[in-house]
Write a protein that binds this ligand. Structure first.
Ligand SMILES: NC(=O)C[C@H](N)C(=O)O
Length: 487
């Protein structure tokens, strides 16, 4: 019974009331009714966000579902703070101690609870209103001795040990809310800017980045001889090539889909599965216009976060330093320097780790650049072709490309003009390990090709930079990284 109860959702539409009343009247060992029958007849079950908006003078009777996040026992009453994720502010519920007599131990942090009562002006000074409770029921107890996470002092690192339980910590729930808000916002922004959304495939036969960092998929036999796909397939590393094909249907396309990289790294910025916001634009000739688009996107997301997720941000990272960085992302023009300039600058301002011409930018070098430019995001452009994949357009040994370096996220975005010359592209593909798998991609340059370009934003690296959260594994709700995938 409790299992099915727990699996019900607690949204505004869910009607838990009749069920709870049934529990109340058939008091059993498991249930914890505080009155034999609730006097409740005309309640409306509310999200805490909506309950907090009520005028206490009207003394409206409401029912609330949520989880207990704080408890203080006084002589006559017990004060519990209830959280349901609809608001960062918790609702104070005042429960007369007589109601607790039958199950005093069960008002534990983390327990899920149903409460009925009247919204009234709070007698305390810390909150304007509270719920004066006359009926409650513990729906799922949370045994404090067994719950492995602390309430207030839990660190990001401790929470990471219990991926399945960390959503119950208010600070973590705020981070999840930010992520959800930003996902919704980006889809809205892209639509407003005339982009067509394309769901690119997760199973792919083409390794876009050509780095061999693919998770191959074991294809089962579908009859005596043939394997399911008749070809080697893997989890996609990027939706870019499919987006380039989709360009035929619209001059502006995007996806926000998972990408997978089998990199053996424990770094703060890498996980094996991550959502990437990828964009392709047809009829585009310069990386400057691509960088303008990236900058517009980052500034729009940052502005939305600063305006619409203030309370959540305060819970996640309330440091002045982070607000300053956010402010810079929103208001300052992003820096643009070439790879050659970056190498020269990095070697001039630090002597610890020389960057040789032809080296890729490491996280140390990114940090040096960030500090030098006082945390204004930096586009580094025109990398040597040896550092970049086959699909980028090239001029004089340089790829017409850019990486965007930001605060904690490091390389948040990479983009380029795509090689649109059929013969040049064919030559490069023929040198690859598996040229047949790119035959369809070459077709794109034969039938109505256009100059075009695009970019991919590591969505969680962007969130890292905007919130200052240091480890990407804390931004992604269920991160996967080497030796860590057990749920
Ligand atoms: N769509 C993009 O440009 C992203 C690029 N394919 C990458 O994975 O870095």
């Amino acid at each position: 019974m409790w299992h099915s109860m727990k699996s019900m959702c607690f949204g505004r539409q869910t009607s838990l009331v009749p069920f709870v009343r049934r529990l109340a009247t058939n008091a059993s060992e498991e249930s914890c009714p505080q009155t034999l029958s609730s006097s409740f007849s005309s309640s409306s079950k509310l999200a805490i966000r909506d309950a907090l908006q009520l005028d206490p003078k009207n003394r409206k009777r409401v029912a609330i579902n949520g989880w207990i996040h704080r408890k203080a026992t006084h002589k006559l009453s017990t004060f519990v703070h209830i959280f349901d994720g609809s608001s960062t502010t918790q609702l104070q519920v005042v429960i007369p101690n007589q109601l607790l007599e039958r199950c005093p131990s069960k008002l534990n942090f983390g327990s899920s609870i149903y409460c009925e009562g009247v919204i009234q002006e709070s007698r305390g000074t810390q909150q304007p209103i509270e719920l004066n409770c006359d009926f409650f029921d513990i729906i799922g107890d949370c045994e404090p001795l067994n719950f492995p996470l602390g309430i207030q002092s839990t660190t990001w690192g401790e929470m990471r040990q219990f991926l399945h339980l960390r959503p119950r910590i208010a600070r973590y729930a705020s981070l999840m809310r930010i992520r959800s808000e930003l996902f919704h916002f980006v889809h809205k922004l892209m639509k407003e800017n005339d982009y067509m959304h394309v769901l690119t495939p997760i199973i792919s036969a083409t390794d876009c980045e050509g780095a061999g960092e693919t998770f191959s998929i074991k294809s089962p036999l579908c009859n005596d001889q043939q394997s399911y796909f008749n070809t080697k397939v893997h989890l996609t590393v990027s939706g870019q090539l499919h987006l380039e094909a989709a360009l035929g249907a619209s001059t502006k396309v995007y996806t926000l889909s998972p990408a997978f990289r089998a990199e053996n790294s424990q770094s703060n910025r890498r996980v094996c599965e991550f959502p990437m916001l990828e964009v392709e634009l047809a009829f585009i000739n310069s990386i400057d216009s691509l960088m303008d688009e990236v900058e517009y996107l980052c500034k729009s997301v940052a502005t939305y976060l600063a305006k619409e997720c203030k309370k959540e941000l305060k819970k996640v990272n309330d440091s002045n330093f982070q607000y300053k960085i956010l402010n810079k992302i929103i208001n300052m023009k992003f820096i643009r320097i070439t790879y050659d300039e970056a190498v020269e600058l990095i070697n001039k301002i630090q002597k610890n780790e020389e960057m040789k011409y032809g080296d890729d930018m490491g996280s140390y070098h990114e940090k040096v650049l960030m500090e030098y430019f006082d945390f204004i995001p930096v586009f580094v452009t025109h990398f040597p072709v040896s550092l970049k994949p086959f699909y980028m357009k090239q001029v004089n040994g340089k790829a017409l490309c850019f990486d965007l370096i930001c605060n904690t996220g490091g390389e948040v975005c990479g983009g380029s003009l795509r090689e649109d010359d059929y013969s040049l592209l064919k030559e490069r593909i023929e040198e690859m390990e598996n040229p047949e798998s790119f035959k369809w991609y070459l077709d794109l340059r034969q039938f109505g090709s256009t100059p075009h370009g695009g970019f991919g934003v590591g969505f969680d690296r962007l969130i890292q930079s905007l919130t200052g959260v240091v480890n990407i594994k804390d931004v992604i709700t269920f991160p996967r990284w080497p030796h860590h995938c057990n749920l």
